[in-house]
Design a protein around this ligand. Structure first.
Ligand code: ADP
Ligand code: MG
Length: 457
């Protein structure tokens, strides 16, 4: 077991020794902002609405105080509702690790697993239940859970449950849970339907809102490349060939695009799989597993499908398209540079999308560096192509005109630059112009920039 460090930031919560040991075993030294603010409020027994970006440690923010408050009276004391099976497994795994010294029993309830098996597990008297809405509701409607009276109920990733259409199920689930309880709602964003839900199920809640994001995480290098619309696919393969990333996620806007790009990459011999909301749960699990186990090196994903997923060793994130808003940009690039590792976030941007890039850069006050796409031709091939090229009659007409105005060496260099620019899609001048516009001062009418704070991981 790890040595208990007297400087560990978690000591301030005066947790039980066994809970602290679990935290130290996991190697957590400093509470993340959402943990720092939420843990004391939960321990005091308040209902809570906590809003913080993905990847900021919300799971431990509720799991730690829950474990500390368990009474071990052989009933389900805590219920955590989360949108997907992957998240349910991830959460119960984290609770298992944190609760190792308490010997906490956790049951994971999700669709797809046999009901008989789940009833068997229920009879083992777990204290914590982690569940997806559909299967939980099925158990409740069929009265399969005896004496269901959890004292703490968590709604995890609430905005995603809304996106996945679970709101009605959630409301129905709460009709089965006695009011004598502490309710905690966690979400990355707070759309109105979630606020309304909070009003219905929470009782005089406290609020925690963490606005700083892990964008300022200095472990993530943020690069962008200016390309033409027609170049997206080739830009991706040229970059992958040049960088040879260990493990990368490419984000697309649409499900169709994710499939198309992953097929394109697979056809070129890259180990790519896609992940999006139209896939069956089983297919999604297979894709995530392949990626986690390094059988696939590239995961082509949409935002929604990848929400909340915690894959620790992603070296590169690519934005195939500009994300639609700053939240999405922050979430996407936060898939890399996790747990103290270095990461690179690469954004492809066309001149048309450039305004979106500037808006995102200004709103999250981050630094983005322009890079040039690697060549898509080989110098030797290029030289032999030029040497073998037939001279056209048009060129014979133009040559005397140009050579009367300019020295021959200069003329050749100009022509080569022109050729190069047309091959690379976008001219250097255009790129320079766009780059300058990115650093232009923001107009006074816009809201003041937030000061960057250092990230916690
Ligand atoms: P969220 O639910 O906010 O998206 P997670 O709970 O999945 O975030 O946490 C993201 C990652 O950060 C996980 O790998 C988790 O183990 C790690 N983590 C959480 N809290 C801490 C901490 N205090 N110190 C270091 N790593 C942490
Ligand atoms: Mg989470």
């Amino acid at each position: 077991m790890k040595h208990i460090d007297t400087n560990n930031g978690f000591l301030e919560f005066h947790l039980k020794e066994k809970v602290l040991k679990g935290i130290f075993e996991l190697g957590f030294n400093t509470p993340s902002p959402v943990q720092r603010d939420s843990i004391p409020l939960i321990l005091e027994g308040h209902d809570l609405i906590a809003q913080a970006q993905t990847g900021t440690g919300k799971t431990a923010a509720f799991s730690i105080p829950i474990l500390n408050m368990l009474k071990n009276n052989s009933e389900i004391e805590a219920l955590i509702i989360t949108p997907t099976r992957e998240l349910a497994i991830q959460i119960s795994d984290e609770i298992f690790k944190l609760g190792k010294f308490l010997r906490t029993k956790t049951i994971c309830v999700y669709g797809g697993q046999s009901i008989k098996r789940q009833i068997e597990l229920l009879s083992k008297k777990p204290q914590v239940m982690v569940a997806t809405p559909g299967r939980l509701l099925d158990h409740l409607r069929n009265n399969r859970i005896k004496k269901f009276n959890p004292k703490i109920v968590v709604l995890d990733e609430s905005d995603e449950m809304l996106d996945m259409g679970f709101l009605d199920s959630i409301e129905e689930i709460f009709r089965f849970i006695p009011r004598d309880r502490q309710t905690l709602l966690f979400s990355a964003t707070m759309p109105t339907p979630i606020k309304n839900l909070a009003n219905k199920i929470l009782n005089n809640p406290k609020s925690v809102k963490i606005t700083t994001t892990n964008v300022t995480n200095t472990d993530i290098e943020q690069k962008y490349y200016i390309i033409n619309e027609s170049e997206r696919d080739s830009a991706i393969t040229r970059l992958i060939d040049a960088i040879t990333p260990q493990k990368s996620i490419i984000f697309t806007r649409m499900k169709k695009e994710a499939d198309k790009l992953s097929h394109f990459l697979a056809s070129k011999g890259y180990k790519a799989v896609s992940l999006h909301g139209d896939m069956e749960q089983r297919e999604r699990r297979v894709a995530i597993k392949a990626f986690k186990e390094n059988k696939a090196e590239i995961l082509v994903a949409t935002d929604v499908a990848s929400r909340g997923l915690d894959i620790s060793d992603v070296s590169h994130v690519f934005n195939y398209h500009m994300p639609l808003n700053p939240e999405s940009y922050v979430h996407r690039i936060g898939r890399t540079g996790r747990a103290g590792k270095k990461g690179v976030a690469i954004t492809l941007v066309t001149p048309l999308e450039f305004r979106d890039l500037k808006r995102i850069k200004d709103q999250i006050n981050t630094s983005l560096e322009l890079f040039e796409l690697p060549n898509n031709y080989n110098t030797d091939d290029f030289v032999s192509t030029i040497l073998d090229y037939k001279i056209s009659s048009d060129s014979l007409d133009l040559y005397p005109i140009l050579s009367s105005k300019i020295d021959n060496a200069q003329l050749i260099c100009k022509l080569l630059s022109y050729l190069y620019d047309s091959l690379s899609g976008i001219s250097k001048n255009k790129i320079k112009e766009l780059q300058d516009s990115l650093d232009e001062v923001v107009k006074p009418a816009q809201k003041p920039r937030r000061r960057a704070k250092r990230g916690w991981i």
